[in-house]
Design a protein around this ligand. Sequence first.
Ligand SMILES: *[C@@H]1O[C@H](CO)[C@@H](O)[C@H](O)[C@H]1NC(C)=O
Ligand SMILES: *[C@@H]1O[C@H](CO)[C@@H](O)[C@H](O)[C@H]1NC(C)=O
Ligand SMILES: *[C@@H]1O[C@H](CO)[C@@H](O)[C@H](O)[C@H]1NC(C)=O
Length: 362
Amino acid sequence: MSTNSPLLLVLSSILLCGFLTKITIAFSIKEATIDDLQLAFKRKHLTSRQLVQFYLKEIRKLNPLLRGVIEVNPDSLYLADKADQKRKAKAPGSLLSLHGIPILLKDNIATKDKLNTTAGSFALLGSVVPRDAGVVVRLRKAGAIILGKASMTEWAAFRSKFLPRGFCGRKGQGRELSHVGWSRPMCRTVRDAVYVLDAIVGFDYYDNATRGAAKFIPRDGYKQFLKPDGLIGKRLGIVRNPFFKFYNDEGSVKTRAFKHHLDTLREKGAILVDHLEISNIDEIINFTGSGEYNAYLAEFKPAINAYLKQLVKSTVRTLADLIAFNKKFSNLEKTKEYGQDTFEAAESLRGADKLLKIAVQI
Ligand SMILES: *[C@@H]1O[C@H](CO)[C@@H](O)[C@H](O)[C@H]1NC(C)=O
Ligand SMILES: *[C@@H]1O[C@H](CO)[C@@H](O)[C@H](O)[C@H]1NC(C)=O
Ligand SMILES: *[C@@H]1O[C@H](CO)[C@@H](O)[C@H](O)[C@H]1NC(C)=O
């Protein structure tokens, strides 16, 4: 469904711990990492049920404003109970790092459970996927609890160049998600991200792009490379143009946060090479000029058609069906306001193979 590299797609698809602000149990969950949570489980200060209940409450409280969560898994408490039972029955240390940890998935990641997989579109509401996506199989195997689905912005942004970031037909109701809501971290710490990476990395039988990746995966996973003092002496380039142009407004919350992050990196021993310029940056980020747009268009139609075709149940089976749906239900999908120019361009693209070849060669 996406032309991003699989690993990036997967990483950007997982939102952990996004809604935690406080908990009344013995320790603060606001800053709790996966290790903290596992320790609290082990010491019987916390159960997965309590953790999931906490999340569900936070989602109920914050979602009317943030609209970050499209659906909550009706089985999440049942799954939490199962995780708690298993923790009781198994020897300490034999459980995997994500055991009993709730995770939110982006809504374009297929789950074969009670959750819908819609990529934020009403067109796919009620569709039935044939199986869990590879990443979901792995997360479940690692003990994670699928708590729910997060809104899907990339899909909306893909449909039309004019859709605002954060637009989401379903539940987003056309409202732009607040930045507070959307820029939640994927994980709280690098270590948490590595736990997730170790769980999900690998070959996916249904995704040929992952073929050949196995030889790059370290035998004992990525945890072995985590070093508390790993930043000492590392030279990091900071490219402000164009990514952080807006951080030049001294005094704004964003600028202060950005500066704080840079200070933290320096404190931890990194050598920052600030204001690095990439000479051909305008060309690189030019979506049409770089060939990226053509690559998107050329890959999208066959990929989305293949996805829709293999669904067990769906009212849309092709990109043409999706375009027709967006026209028919233009109020629901805000089609008049934002259009679906990218969908239409992909549908009518001729010579896709050749365009893709040229785009990739640039
Ligand atoms: C999935 O979508 C159906 C509508 O087709 C809805 O009835 C159901 O509640 C949704 N599932 C969840 C878990 O929200
Ligand atoms: C993956 O590649 C193999 C061999 O080239 C091919 O037979 C298979 O159809 C491909 N699978 C998918 C899902 O594209
Ligand atoms: C991007 O590339 C296109 C096609 O090469 C060109 O027409 C356009 O002016 C470029 N845009 C920018 C902002 O450089």
